[in-house]
Design a protein around this ligand. Structure first.
Ligand code: F1P
Length: 346
């Protein structure tokens, strides 16, 4: 039945929404794909790298547009450049794109705002259609960007023969189930996250840790907290903890650890034990029914199970809620954070 549903999704053109349908050869023949973006969109780009390399086996580089534009990067006509931008107006991303275009690269855009400046200079692209982002901090655009990147990676993998038909249908079917899981996670984690937030109103610092696909989730969780609650937060790959950040851990350090069971779980368990031994306050995002991490963590937030590659889409929701409620309890304006603009045009 699942296989039938997967086939139907493909036949109905769901995967066509990824917009690369007419450019598969261009992508497949690319020497490499360079993803350029800023802020939250850059974090989506990192997950895009994991997705495209895993499923389509094309080398991917992810660059901050704000760095790329000022250095002298090697770009050739064989490169495909993917620009990700919610607003489609970010000046750094636009400048980096112009540079890549001058060197003859094929430019693909993933934007939310239709007919925005970035959308206009691209050769092709996909709109995320996430609706207007009212607040400055990017939230639903992020999950929509991840969805588009998933579709691109899966479609390319099928085209390149690096993804079997069975796996292709399995992934598409699972992606189709994500909206339901998002509704579920919003409903099931909301009150819990709101409660947890109250204990961290006066926190000075936060660490966010994750592995694999959820390393960029950790970066994004930390960025959301910085942007709207003005608490200093660092996102790190959990495996890097021992190379420095472990020195920061004591009873005053809250640590959000993203620990779904299908993402390097055993390794995460040892990270959690290391944190506990140093008395860090652990807020764990785990799958429903989790035992090992939950037994050690101080706070547990349960999310539905998904393949590791889609878990950042689901994990983003409680992370966004956590930043939101901490900011609200601190009296911050969550929609208009100080010093930030919706699109950074200079
Ligand atoms: C990039 C970005 C956002 C951030 C804030 C400032 O915007 O860094 O990720 O939340 O709004 O701009 P964009 O290029 O994705 O519109």
């Amino acid at each position: 039945q699942d296989t039938m549903r997967g086939r139907l999704l493909v036949d109905e053109g769901i995967i066509k929404m990824a917009g690369i349908w007419d450019h598969l050869e261009k992508f497949s023949n690319a020497g490499r794909i360079i993803i350029i973006a800023c802020g939250t969109s850059w974090h989506a780009g990192l997950i895009g790298e994991y997705l495209i390399e895993e499923f389509a086996r094309i080398p991917v580089e992810v660059e901050y547009a704000s760095e790329f534009r000022y250095r002298n990067p090697i770009i050739t006509e064989k490169d495909v450049v993917i620009a990700i931008s919610q607003s489609g107006e970010t000046a750094d991303t636009m400048a980096a794109l112009k540079l890549a275009k001058e060197k003859g690269a094929f430019i693909y855009g993933i934007c939310n705002v239709v007919d925005s400046s970035i959308a206009r200079i691209t050769d092709a692209g996909s709109y995320t259609h996430a609706g207007p982002e009212i607040g400055v901090a990017s939230t639903k655009a992020f999950t929509a960007q991840l969805t588009i990147l998933s579709l691109i990676a899966i479609k390319l993998g099928k085209h390149n023969g690096t993804l079997s038909n069975v796996k292709f249908v399995e992934l598409i079917t699972e992606l189709d189930a994500i909206p339901k899981k998002i509704e579920e996670v919003l409903e099931s984690t909301h009150d819990k996250v709101k409660e947890i937030s109250k204990d961290f109103i006066n926190a000075q610092n936060f660490l966010y840790l994750g592995r694999g696909y959820n390393y960029p989730s950790a970066l994004e969780g930390a960025l959301k907290l910085k942007e709207i609650s003005y608490i200093h937060a660092e996102g790190y790959p959990a495996a890097e903890m021992k190379h420095g950040p472990i020195a920061l851990i004591d009873e005053n350090m809250p640590i959000v650890i993203i620990a779904p069971k299908r993402g390097h779980y055993d390794k995460i368990v040892s990270n959690v034990q290391e944190i506990k031994a140093r008395k860090g306050k652990i807020i764990a995002v785990v799958n429903k029914g989790d035992v090992q991490v939950s037994a050690i963590a101080d706070y547990v937030i349960e999310i539905p199970d998904t393949s590791e590659c889609f878990s950042p889409i689901v994990a983003a929701i409680p992370l966004q809620l956590l930043s939101y409620y901490i900011a609200v309890y601190r009296g911050a304006n969550v929609d208009q954070p100080r010093n930030l603009a919706k699109s950074v045009t200079v």
